[in-house]
Structure formats: C-alpha cells, structure tokens
Design a protein around this ligand. Structure first.
Ligand SMILES: Cc1cc2nc3c(=O)[nH]c(=O)nc-3n(C[C@H](O)[C@H](O)[C@H](O)COP(=O)(O)O)c2cc1C
Ligand code: SF4
Length: 620
C-alpha cells in the first residue's frame, strides 16, 4: 500500500491530549507568533488548492477575504456538507481527527481576522457532529478559541447545501438556494444587532483544505511541495467505491496513477471484469477504462477530459450499461437542482425522463445544449458535462439509445468494513425535494415550494443599497437598453458554444467570446457605469462594482485561455462562464432597471443614449 500519512491519521485520535502529544496545536501557536500576512503568504507559497471540488488556490482566497474585510466581523465557515456521491473523505477525516481540522480553522480565522468559526454539516452526520462538539469543548478549554465564537450548524441533506453560497443561505435560516453573490462579497448575519445583509463577507473552506493548514504552517511551503506536482502540490484523500471488491478511503500523493489508487483502495474488480469508466462523483466527466495511468492531479485529470473534483472515484465495470450511469447522474442532478434557473431544472428533468422512458436522443441532446443557460451555480454545468460525456462514452461503446433504468448514483451514508452504505432513500426523493411516503408531491420546484420570501431579491443584494430602487422599472417607450440585452443574449449563446465545442474548436470559440466580452465592456465601461454614477451618485459605484469586477476577471481569464497561458480545463471554463453569467444577471437585474427608471420616455436624450450604445457595440 503506498498511501502516505500527512492529514489522515491511521486510527482515531481519541482526545486533544493525544493530538497535542503529536504536535497538535503547535501550528496555531506558531501562527500566533507571526504576522497574519505571513501565514497567508506561506499558504499561498505552498500552493494549497481547495479540496471541496473546484481546486481554487486557498492562499489567494484568504488574501482576498483579508483585503475585503475592512474591520467587519466575519465567519470562517468549515464546509463539512460532503454531499458528492461516492465521497466519504471529509467524514473520515472528522472521525479520525477533528482537532486537526479545527486547528486549521482557527489558523484561518486568525489569518483573515475572523471572529467566528461555523462548522456547517448535515444534520444526518450525527457521529461527526458528536465528535466535533466534544472536540470544540476541548479546544475551547485549552484556550485555542480565545477571541473566537465556534459553533456547529446542522443543515439539510440536500446536495446544494454543500455549495458555498447556498450554505450561507442555510446559516442565515433559509433554504439551500445558491446566491448570485459570492461569499467574499456577502457572508452571513452573525451579529443580530446588525442588518441581515450588511455586506460582510465570509470565508468558506472545505474540511480537507483546512486539515492541510497546520502542517503547512509548521513545516513550511517547501515541505508541503515536497510531494505532489508543481500545480497540484501535497496529498489528496481519495474515496473509491462502485464495482470494486471493497470501498475505501486513503491519502495519496498527488500524481499517483488513478489505477493504483483504485486497485489499492478498492482491491480490484470481480474476476473477469474490467474497468469501463471512473466517475468523479457527479462533478467531473468520466475517465474511460483505458486511462488508468492518469495521475491524480488537477492538471492531468483536466487534460484527460475529466477533473479531480473531491477525488471521489466511482468505478464502473464493463458489465454495467454506461447509458444507465448517465441516467443515474441525470436523475440525481435533476432532483437536486433547486429550480431558481429554469433551464437547469427543466432540462435536467427532461433528460432524466427521456433516458428512463424512451431514450429520445434528440430531446436529450436539445436539453443538454440549453441546460446551463443563465445558471447561477455550477450544478447545471455538471449536468451538461457529466451526462453529456457519459452519453458520448456510451455511443463510443456501441450502446443503443434504448431507455434504461438509472444506475444508483447516491450519496454515501457510511463506510463499514470496506462496504459503502449508500443513501437508497434518495431514490424516493422527488423533484420538489419531498419524499415518497412522507409527504404528497407538490408538483412544484423547490424554489416555489420552499421560498416563502423573495430569495431572488435578497440574493442579488450588494452592500447597503436601497432595494426598492432596484425593482424593475417600466421599460421606456423606446427600449434604450434593448441593444444591451441583445448583446447579453449573444454572449450567453457564445458561452454555450465554448462549453460544448469539441476540443479542436475551443480556441476559435474562445477567441470569438473574447471579442464579444470586449464589445460588451466598451458599452458598460464607457456608457452604463458612468451614466449610473451620474444619475445615482450615492449608489452607482456600489451597484457597478460587482458586475465590473466579474467581467474584468472574465476578460482576463478568456485572454489567458485563448492565448494558451492557462490550460483550457473544465474548471476554468466553469469559472469563466460563471463570471459572465453573474455579471449579466447583475446588469440585467440591477443596473439596467436603475438606469431605465431615469430614462423612461421617448425624448431626444434617450435616443442619443440608444444611439451611443449602438455605436459602442458596433465600434463606430
Ligand atoms: C452543487 C455543489 C455542491 C457542492 N458540495 C460541496 C460539498 O459537499 N463540500 C464541499 O466542501 N464543497 C462543496 N462544493 C464546493 C463549494 O461550493 C466550495 O467551492 C468549497 O466549499 C470551497 O472550499 P475549498 O476552497 O476549500 O474547496 C459544492 C459545489 C457545488 C456547485
Ligand atoms: S444552476 Fe440549478 S442548482 Fe444552481 S441555482 Fe440554478 S437552478 Fe439551482
């Protein structure tokens, strides 16, 4: 067995004393002796990337949060939701050693200047909640949390609870519906005396990410980088389930071939069976069975057309219909979609239904091509990429387009003696998040059934802005902003083209996207934002800040991807598309209505503005 021991203790650490006897707490003490910025610099130099799935650089995230803080009180949120099918690594880490995760969270809190730690975990994870509660009492008594409030928030079982903005919604007492606004832009209402949406930020980090922090602080960035690859330093805790002899969780150096991880943790397949595909939960497209030499690193998995995600490897053998696996992923994601973005829920349900009942390929392909339109979170992109790739793999294996029973793609409840216990009750979960036998089917989507307040309005709230002024105004007689909305629609279509382009077309589509972004920026930066500042001097800056930054980020990313200075990975494409979607939503829902309220008429001035917009778009 070539597992490595850095963060996954071989046996449960029974008490804080046992942990401190093994250098536990030393990193926190070391962090207290240096400047906060120095700790962030070390984490940045180590190249630690978030283990919650997206692989975002942790040091960069901490630095952004520390910069945006400006004296406000903010929480560090430990993401312990672990809802990815086929993943059990965060719970294993918490069962074995909650102290290491909490030490990482305390260091994070100190480094970014947070005053609160909230561990957000599913209420059903009772074993881990007990372990955490005891550990929090122990570290509090030991003085680790001086100056900090630490709490555990038990949340719902929904997959979206793990999505960071939905998690903040839950902490604020609302259903797990993702926000448009990112955690570094809006956090949670930790102080009851302050207005609920006061513009404070939050730092959300995954359990495993935080478990890596004490080692980095104590032994340094070079030590951390002494295993793994340049772009994926360190180790990763993997879960293997599916058609293997057993299920298992183990810590491996980044760069280990995936086939080795599968055979060591999974103990091989049944006699005569071969690996047909390895599914990265429901987040990454599958690797086919011929790619088992692929190293487990962010860059190698992306190059192979998949993704590392949360290192959940569901092994599918060659006796299983790949189309049924596609149907299983579609079923899971269609149920878990919240329905705030119509195409995400509607199209995923259509795909799942077609796969199960008639295999209608035109309907499936059509829905796959529209499912991400206007999506505010990454779930819709998962449907497009993972289901789409599985359908193509099934085609390449010569599987017919027949209807299939969905393969059970389900969250894990436990891992007992090498056997994965799956949440089979999920098969009774309906699209409205009710369960057969418990409640009647409401025939609504979760967003309609559960939102008894306008989450849309709160979700787009940015800083201290009077929302009443942002309500959609009547459109003027001549719709001054119609060309801008058309430009938005064109951008959305181009985003879809980039995401669905075959690899030999991606760069051409990216080049076109870059041009469109530039055209759009000319309009917003030369006309819309200056106009907003003039007409709404008190709030103009605040309202334009977010879309402006997201669009600038999208422009930089598109340029790097197009010029080849960054590899075209699914995660980077997701990031690019999310930036564009969010800036469009902010513009459509906040900036344009505010402007429209001032120019609602058919005067000469409005005509001039409309003409200017058209000129900028056409670059005359
Ligand atoms: C649909 C969805 C579900 C997610 N579920 C989880 C989860 O269960 N646990 C987790 O740590 N991150 C999850 N994430 C990722 C989080 O949104 C976020 O990226 C992560 O908490 C950031 O922490 P990190 O930088 O340490 O990875 C999910 C994302 C999406 C889009
Ligand atoms: S993309 Fe899907 S899951 Fe995400 S917010 Fe929109 S409807 Fe909900």
């Amino acid at each position: 067995m070539s597992t490595i021991r850095r963060i996954l203790d071989p046996d449960p650490v029974a008490s804080l004393v046992d942990y401190t006897n093994d250098r536990g707490g030393d990193a926190l003490a070391a962090a207290a002796r240096v400047d906060r910025g120095a700790v962030i610099d070390t984490v940045t130099a180590a190249g630690l990337r978030g283990r919650g799935g997206a692989g975002f650089p942790t040091g960069r995230k901490w630095a952004t949060i520390a910069r945006s803080l400006q004296g406000a009180s903010i929480p560090v949120v430990v993401n312990a939701a672990e809802g990815e099918p086929g993943t059990f690594k965060d719970r294993t880490l918490l069962r074995r050693n909650p102290y290491r995760v909490l030490e990482g969270a305390c260091i994070a809190a100190r480094s970014v200047g947070a005053d609160t730690i909230i561990v957000a975990i599913k209420a059903s994870f009772t074993h881990e909640i007990d372990r955490l509660t005891e550990a929090i009492d122990e570290i509090t008594a030991a003085g680790w949390t001086d100056g900090l409030t630490v709490s555990v928030v038990a949340g719902p079982g929904e997959y979206l609870f793990g999505e960071e903005t939905a998690m903040l919604e839950v902490i604020d007492g609302r259903p797990p519906f993702p926000r448009v606004v990112a955690p570094y832009r809006r956090g949670v209402a930790t102080d009851p005396d302050r207005p609920r949406h006061d513009g404070t930020v939050a730092l959300v980090d995954n359990v495993e990410t935080l478990a890596n922090v004490p080692g980095i602080v104590l032994d340094g960035a070079e030590w951390f980088r002494s295993v793994g690859t340049v772009d994926s330093p360190g180790t990763i805790v993997c879960t293997v389930t599916g058609s293997t002899e057993r299920a298992g969780v183990g810590e491996y150096e980044m760069g280990t071939p995936i086939g080795q991880v599968i055979s060591e943790l999974g103990g091989g397949l049944q006699a005569g069976a071969h690996v047909a595909a390895v599914l990265g939960g429901v987040s990454s497209p599958p690797l086919d069975g011929t790619a088992l030499e692929t190293p487990i690193s962010y860059e190698a998995m992306a190059l192979a057309g998949s993704g590392l995600g949360s290192a959940s490897f569901i092994v599918i053998d060659d006796t299983t219909s790949i189309r049924s696996v596609a149907a299983g992923v579609a079923r899971f994601l269609s149920v878990e979609s919240c329905g705030q973005c119509v195409p995400c829920k509607r199209d995923a349900l259509a795909i799942a239904e077609a796969m199960r009942t008639n295999g209608d390929r035109t309907a499936i392909d059509d829905a796959l091509s529209t499912v991400t339109r206007g999506a505010r979170c990454a779930l819709a992109g998962q449907t497009e990429r993972v289901v789409g790739a599985l359908v193509r793999l099934a085609d390449s294996l010569g599987e017919p387009d027949d209807p299939v029973e969905p393969y059970p793609i389900l969250p894990m409840v436990d891992l007992i003696e090498g056997q994965a216990v799956l949440d089979t009750s999920h098969l009774d979960k309906r699209a409205d998040w009710t369960r057969v036998g418990e409640e009647p089917d409401s025939d609504e989507w979760p967003v309609e059934r559960l939102a008894n307040q306008p989450t849309e309005a709160t979700a787009v709230h940015v800083a201290e802005v009077d929302l009443r002024r942002a309500e959609p105004a009547e459109l003027p007689d001549i719709d001054v902003f119609a060309p801008v909305r058309e430009l938005h629609a064109t951008l959305e279509r181009q985003v879809a083209r980039v995401r669905t382009a075959p690899s030999d077309r991606v760069h051409a589509e990216l080049a076109e996207l870059r041009e469109q972004i530039e055209r759009h920026r000319r309009v917003s930066e030369r006309l819309l934002y200056p106009l907003l500042e003039r007409l709404e001097p008190e709030i103009g800056d605040d309202v334009s800040w977010y879309p402006e930054h997201r669009e600038a980020h999208a422009a930089r990313l598109a340029e790097r991807l197009d010029l080849g200075t960054m590899p075209v990975t699914t995660h980077l494409l997701d990031e690019l598309c999310a930036d564009i979607h969010v800036s469009i939503i902010e513009l459509d829902q906040r900036v344009l209505p505010l402007l429209a309220a001032h120019v609602a008429g058919d005067t000469g001035e409005e005509r001039l503005i409309a003409g200017d917009i058209v000129d900028e778009i056409t670059d005359r």
